[in-house]
Design a protein around this ligand. Structure first.
Ligand code: 5AD
Ligand code: SF4
Length: 445
């Protein structure tokens, strides 16, 4: 069946920050093709669901979303499934639901315009290639106005093969973008309004590349090069793997003024036996030693992590080791998940899958512990003066929300400040998830 060419679009991203970045690039691509974003509340001619495959729940969401796109008169928009579900399930998706017109993987979305033409012409539109040519070389330059805080993907894919994780299969092998392409994109983002750039990668600290002089460099050198860009105020990076946490990168935390004191360094579990079964290739002790070195370089650093409870075979005693590593690490914030068996991963076939009620209880206990630490970290900033970058409006009139260097959200009443400003605030109070502040004095931007 042929369809008329879509004129408006809406891109909806799920999952990680790399998907948010890909969603922005797809929007720019569709705009370059002459399409316009559908206005708030209006129905788009093309809906792109930019999906996440990391846990089963995320995948279920896609299919329920597709069902909801059906209109009252029985018609529906053109639907594209992009992202990691597209990569993992491919044409299985169009077989399972006829409502989907396009399936496009995370390494092939630069071909979205051609796939739209295929649908219009009545051809099959499934593309889950991992082409030799990087999509980045073929995408149009950054065109949209940027918010004060922008994402920039510098590295994709993963070679670590943790036994629970689909990422090495959906995003492919580790690939670093070239030095000059990253710096060009950073300059474009700054020109478009960005004051903070977060460098993104599945293993961002595995980034390597040649600098202008042809010397091989790591993420630390890239961060130092970004530090020299005028107009940029803050640099962050995420997500890192413990094994790629080089001494040079740790030292950058002590030496690079624009690098924010925040590190997201997942450990996943506290027991060496579970870490081994997860194929994490680091131990509890080696991880804790890295945290010590990071704290020695930057004593005020806020640490963050990811945890999985209920990995196959995890005993009560092994789970207790996760609780004790949380106490030792003193995280500022964390993400925690119930283990979700993913098709095609080694852990999905392991014996001793953990019962749902055991996982529920472990997750509750872990989250209670993590919340206590997060609250204590937030509480410790009360009474302090710090700088925040104002990023968005709050719920109440006149209220703005900004981020501290440690990535905490601060609500302020902001008659004399605007989004994009870096301002000094006094922290008045702390809740579990955010802080309240009062403007101290306007800073020269
Ligand atoms: N089940 C539960 N959590 C998972 N993660 C990755 N794979 C799984 C899975 N199969 C979590 C890890 C990772 C984060 C992005 O998602 O904690 O760091
Ligand atoms: Fe997945 Fe492990 Fe790679 Fe992270 S390091 S993306 S958890 S395989």
């Amino acid at each position: 069946m042929t369809q008329s060419p879509p004129k408006t679009y809406h891109v909806k991203s799920f999952g990680c920050q790399m998907n948010v970045y890909d969603g922005e690039r797809m929007s720019e691509l569709l705009t370059a093709r002459g399409m316009t974003p559908a206005s708030e509340g209006a129905e788009a001619d093309l809906v792109v669901l930019n999906t996440c495959h990391i846990r089963e729940k995320a995948v279920d969401k896609v299919y329920s979303d597709i069902g909801r796109l059906k209109r009252e008169d029985g018609s529906r928009p053109m639907i594209a499934v992009a992202g990691c579900v597209a990569q993992a399930e491919g044409s299985e998706i169009t077989r399972r639901t006829k409502a989907v017109d396009i399936v496009v993987g995370p390494q092939a979305y630069h071909r979205l315009p051609g796939l739209i033409d295929d649908v219009v012409a009545g051809r099959e539109a499934v593309d889950t290639d991992m082409p030799a040519h990087s999509k980045f070389e073929l995408l149009p330059g950054r065109t949209r106005r940027s918010g004060p805080s922008a994402f920039l993907t510098v590295q994709e894919g993963c070679d670590k093969f943790c036994t629970y994780c689909v990422v090495p299969y959906t995003r492919g092998a580790e690939v670093s973008r070239p030095w000059s392409a990253i710096l060009d994109e950073a300059r474009a983002l700054i020109d478009a309004g960005a004051r903070e750039i977060t460098l993104l990668g599945q293993n961002v600290n595995a980034w390597t590349g040649e600098d202008e002089a042809g010397r091989m460099q790591g993420l630390d050198a890239l961060i130092r090069a970004l530090d020299r860009l005028p107009g940029l105020a803050r640099i962050r990076y995420t997500t890192s793997h413990p094994n790629d946490m080089t001494q040079e990168l740790i030292e950058a935390h002590a030496e690079v003024p624009k690098l924010m004191p925040f590190l997201h360094l997942p450990v996943q579990a506290g027991s060496d036996r579970i870490l081994k079964a997860m194929n994490r290739s680091h131990s509890r002790e080696s991880y804790l030693r890295i945290l010590e070195r990071v704290r020695a370089a930057r004593s005020d650093i806020a640490l963050s992590g990811d945890f999985i409870v209920g990995f196959p075979g995890e005993t009560d005693a092994e789970f207790e080791e996760t609780l004790s590593i949380v106490r030792e690490a003193r995280y500022a914030q964390c993400f925690s998940f119930k283990y979700s068996p993913r098709p095609g991963t080694p852990a999905a076939d392991m014996a001793d899958q953990i019962a749902a009620d055991v996982m529920d209880e472990r997750l509750q206990r872990l989250q209670a512990a993590l919340n206590t630490h997060q609250h204590a970290f937030n509480q410790a900033t009360v009474g302090k003066r710090t700088t925040i970058l104002l990023e968005r409006k709050g719920r109440h009139p006149g209220q703005l929300i900004g981020k501290t260097p440690w990535l905490q959200s601060v609500h302020i009443d902001a008659a004399s400040a605007a989004i994009g400003d870096l301002i000094e605030v006094d922290i008045l109070s702390a809740g579990p998830n955010s802080l309240a502040g009062l403007i101290a004095s306007r800073q020269a931007a």
